[in-house]
Design a protein around this ligand. Sequence first.
Ligand SMILES: C[S@@+](CC[C@H](N)C(=O)[O-])C[C@H]1O[C@@H](n2cnc3c(N)ncnc32)[C@H](O)[C@@H]1O
Length: 252
Amino acid sequence: MPRDFFDFTPKQQKVVMVVMTAGCPQSGVLALLGGATRCFLGRHLQGYSLLDYGRSLMSDCYNFTFDWFSNNVPVWINLLGHLAGKPGVRFLEIGVYEGRSTIWLLENILAHETSSVDCVDHFIPFSAPWYPPGVSTNYEERFDQNIQLACGEKKVRKIKGFSQEILWKLPPSSYDGIYVDGSHDAPDVLEDAVVSFKLLKPGGILIFDDYEWNAYSDPWRLPRIAVDAFLHVYRHRYDLLHKSYQVALRKK
Ligand SMILES: C[S@@+](CC[C@H](N)C(=O)[O-])C[C@H]1O[C@@H](n2cnc3c(N)ncnc32)[C@H](O)[C@@H]1O
């Protein structure tokens, strides 16, 4: 079995490229080859650099309107690299929007078939100023479509609602990682932090986004005071791993 895309014959390369881009909205091959075929191929090429090649082809296929995530990748590799590809890794994301951070997790950390992510978002449609004309305000549809393109339906559990209600119903000490990126109002962030901490396993990683975000003059509309309060009160129960635009800690 060739280990690299360029070890395939030109004919094989062509077949692989067609199959990997099947399901891509821009590609005309959708009618010929379904996403299921691509998922099947993807599963059976785990560990081969060919799969990475396929992923890079797929990255043009996703339907995203905004990127809040890519800048975080170097930090996340440091924070979560030890979990990459391990079996049974459980992640919780609070605030998923169109699924960009979810898909990064699926492709880079939750690669094992037994790993999974719970995605909490209220998915209330809104008219974002960055939407090009004609783009639907329904970002939940884009989330669903993107997860499908990433072949993530079996690993992703979508939980629709406000995190301040949902989190209380989730099982304590059950997650290896939690990303707090939902409501940015300080009281909501504080509640998400406190409840998320209960939901983390010992050794689990908690990441806050937008600690240094300063779009409003009113500090109660921003995460910072909530993250600071949480870090102060829980200071004996975690090891601080990172404090910059994002904040990350490991539960003791
Ligand atoms: C900044 S976006 C998340 C971006 C995503 N994590 C990424 O990096 O691609 C914030 C999301 O949080 C959701 N959200 C805001 N307040 C929420 C709340 N109280 N409960 C659940 N979701 C919320 C919004 O609907 C939005 O999709």
